[in-house]
Write a protein that binds this ligand. Sequence first.
Ligand code: GYE
Length: 326
Amino acid sequence: MFRKRIAAAVFFAGLLAMGMAGCENKGDTASDPELLLGFSQIGTESAWRIGNTVDIEEQAANYGIGLMLENANQKQENQIDAIRRFIAYKVDVIAFSPIVEEGWDNVLKEAQDAGIPVVLVDRDISENEKDLTTCLIGADFYKEGVMAGEYLIRKADSLGLEQVNIVEITGTENSTPMMQRQAGFMDAIAGDERMTVLESIDGDFLKSRGAECMRYLLDTYGEDIDVVFSHNDEMTIGALPEIERAGFEPGKDIIIISIDGGQEAINVLKQGKINCVVECTPKLGKALMETALKLKAGQEVDAVIHPEEQVFSDEQDTSLIAPRGY
Ligand code: GYE
């Protein structure tokens, strides 16, 4: 039965590789895996995302789980199509990282009708669709925003700043990390009268958009900008050359706060051009595999699994930060 399913999946992956979409089967086709997991990934927008995909592939192999992996190229409709294909293949468990929170109702009802448990990985969906999924394995984005805001308060204290003008470059609109990181950051700075947010602008988690947003912000606010709070490393890395081109030194003239903690951003933190990076770990694969095995065995799973995360900043000896692996 499993051998048949895997054979179908491999055939299917072949079809997709020929141009229909991006599906791979990374399962061990030589032996029967106990479990077939369909995973719909958002895309390849960031080092974080790529690290997350690699980790899920590696952990599936470690656990001997057959993985049907589809890349949605940043489109919700591609994710919905992928989930429908997983249902058609009768995978044992479906997992996906919802690009935005709304709009999953119908397809999740279809999964429920087919009796296939669904796990949310990385991002969440809206409350009213929640009972259609089993659990969420992903970071506490609100806490990440709080940690970014608390860092800024400490930094403003240490520099003796009296007025702090902030621009925020946000992640994809209506995505969980965008909404929660913003909420956590705003709540953390709300009681501090020095803080003013000049503008929040949507950078879609993309490096190119980070650069574009930064150009606009510099044109609009120029030297009034004291702080850039960027929701991911990619956008931060896109923004930095724009700041330099405008004649400012990132990390000195403008405080730079980022989220993710990929190697490239950590290297820039070590050079002093980023002041703070809040970690968001993409290594969710182990928890996903363990959860999928429990679901297959009909066992209870934790409703929410948040990994532990830390803050990297110029408050510490950055030369001691270990290689990040993504
Ligand atoms: O911060 C960003 C990515 O959902 C946590 O998505 C993830 C975010 C991550 O592309 O870099």
